[in-house]
Design a protein around this ligand. Structure first.
Ligand SMILES: Cc1cc2nc3c(=O)[nH]c(=O)nc-3n(C[C@H](O)[C@H](O)[C@H](O)COP(=O)(O)OP(=O)(O)OC[C@H]3O[C@@H](n4cnc5c(N)ncnc54)[C@H](O)[C@@H]3O)c2cc1C
Length: 436
């Protein structure tokens, strides 16, 4: 491979890598370590039940990605109005919690409302430094105590005091006082937040989408079972499967620590920043029921520590094809990050019964424990300095880290598609990498 002319090298064939390849006009080659493209956008089948890597609902806001989705799977997607709920204090309420207090016990509603008023009209204080302070400042004590702090602690796997406030403006909807009051008396009109609707393939789970996108690529440029061995930034070469290949630019979508580990001779300060990158693993269950779910929601947030899970979803409530007729396919995201024990599985099944999602533990056909090693990047105090320094170093050597784990961020499938498109345009236009 060392005699070939340098190309754009794409490392990783998740949505970011696929999108970069689809949009690039300059010659490219893509290396993916797994046997197929798609990354996290993959669906597993067992006994006619289909499971994504927990809920992968496609929220499309950008015209370019709407167009891409429509031309990739014409007529094969359904547009679904989200049914997201919260389960707390024995009640199922609408999402988001802060704008839909109606249905909770009156003393909880009162505590939450007083907290919002105090936060809005109280003495204020210094700028919030971490996520917990951000919640107390914007939502007040009640909403923070009953939802924001416990839920986020369970989701991120670290204390909200360890997370900076900066990431949440897009993902945590901030209602105004009128919306909070209206939501408390059940008079909130419309849905709040970034994901009021989503698209989803009619058949085959979310993998249908990544597969159809990948099918549009020139297969001669795609190499699966091809893991990056080494990236020599001084010589501008990658080594894959023992073969060396020069690059004009690298779009690196594999997890950032995995990339840096494969780059020998990093400067000491970059090594130090790399050692500070943090990410949490997610454990979850693919759970099948022999009966139809008793609930109609697509997913539910569960802040209370008495449940082993913090979020549960029902694929078959979004697309009936995700389970055989009369049955259900669930995902159950566990708060504990350690290996999944039988006790946790049993407690999860009992939790589903307690929430009214299934009638009895006997309804469960199987519950398979699964893990996502890189799931949530932790936005702690080191995050911004570390990523700034690492990205500047990599970009100076023609390596462009992009996507959820390459770009070391929190993003959704649409962001991955956009990141791939934008990096391709910049490389083609000569503003990134060697000039064409
Ligand atoms: C629990 C969870 C739930 C989510 N829910 C949603 C949702 O509901 N809606 C939504 O829009 N988004 C959701 N997302 C986000 C979505 O999964 C990501 O935004 C998107 O899949 C990121 O794509 P990517 O290509 O950047 O990364 P990835 O999909 O991780 O792709 C990276 C690729 O790099 C490959 N790779 C790794 N190491 C190497 C190596 N050494 N050499 C070569 N290749 C390598 C991997 O195999 C992988 O294919 C969720 C994510 C998680 C974790």
């Amino acid at each position: 491979m060392s005699n070939v002319s340098p190309k754009v090298v794409i490392l990783g064939g998740g949505l970011t890598g696929i999108s970069a390849a689809l949009h690039l006009r300059r010659p490219w080659v893509l290396f993916e370590k797994e046997t197929r493209l798609g990354g996290l956008v993959v669906t597993r089948e067992r006994d006619g039940h289909f499971f994504d890597r927990t809920g992968h609902w496609l929220h499309l806001r950008d015209d370019g990605s709407k167009h891409l989705a429509a031309e990739t799977l014409p007529g094969q997607m359904v547009e679904v109005e989200r049914r997201a709920r919260i389960f707390s204090h024995g009640a199922t309420t609408l999402y988001p919690f802060q704008a839909n207090l109606y249905g909770l016990p009156p003393e909880v509603v009162k505590e939450c409302l007083l907290g919002v008023i105090e936060a809005k009209y109280g003495p204020g204080g210094p700028e919030p430094k971490n996520f917990e302070e951000y919640c107390l400042r914007h939502f007040g004590k009640g909403i923070s105590k009953h939802f924001m702090i416990p839920y986020n602690e369970r989701l991120w796997g670290v204390s909200p005091r360890e997370i900076t406030a900066a990431w949440c403006s897009r993902f945590v909807p901030l209602p105004n006082l009128e919306q909070v009051v209206a939501g408390a008396v059940g008079a909130n009109a419309g849905t709040l937040g970034y994901n009021a609707t989503f698209s989803y393939p009619k058949q085959g789970g979310i993998q249908t989408f990544s597969e159809a996108l990948a099918a549009r690529l020139d297969p001669t440029c795609v190499h699966t079972r091809a893991s990056l061995d080494q990236l020599d930034y001084r010589r501008r070469e990658v080594t894959v499967g023992g073969e060396r290949l020069p690059y004009v630019a690298v779009v690196a979508t594999l997890p950032l620590p995995e990339l840096l580990r494969r780059m020998p001779g990093l400067p000491a300060d970059i090594e130090q920043h790399a050692s500070r990158l943090r990410c949490t693993t997610l454990r979850y269950l693919d759970l099948a029921t022999r009966t139809r779910p008793l609930v109609d929601w697509h997913w539910v947030y569960v802040p209370e520590a008495r449940f082993p899970f913090y979020r549960v979803g029902v694929y078959s409530n979004a697309a009936a094809s995700m389970a055989p007729p009369g049955r259900g396919s669930f995902y159950v995201e566990l708060a504990d990050r350690g290996p999944v024990s039988e006790t946790t599985v049993r407690a999860s099944v009992h939790g589903l019964v307690a929430m009214g999602a299934i009638a009895s533990p006997d309804d469960v056909l199987f519950a398979d424990a699964r893990a996502i090693e890189y799931a949530y990047v932790v936005f702690d105090d080191h995050y911004y300095a570390a990523t700034r320094a690492i990205f500047a170093f990599l970009e100076a050597h023609g390596v462009f880290p992009r996507g959820r784990y390459g770009g070391w961020t929190y993003n959704a499938m649409e962001d991955a598609l956009i990141a791939g498109r934008e990096v391709a345009a910049a490389i083609d236009g000569g503003s990134l990498g060697d000039k064409p």
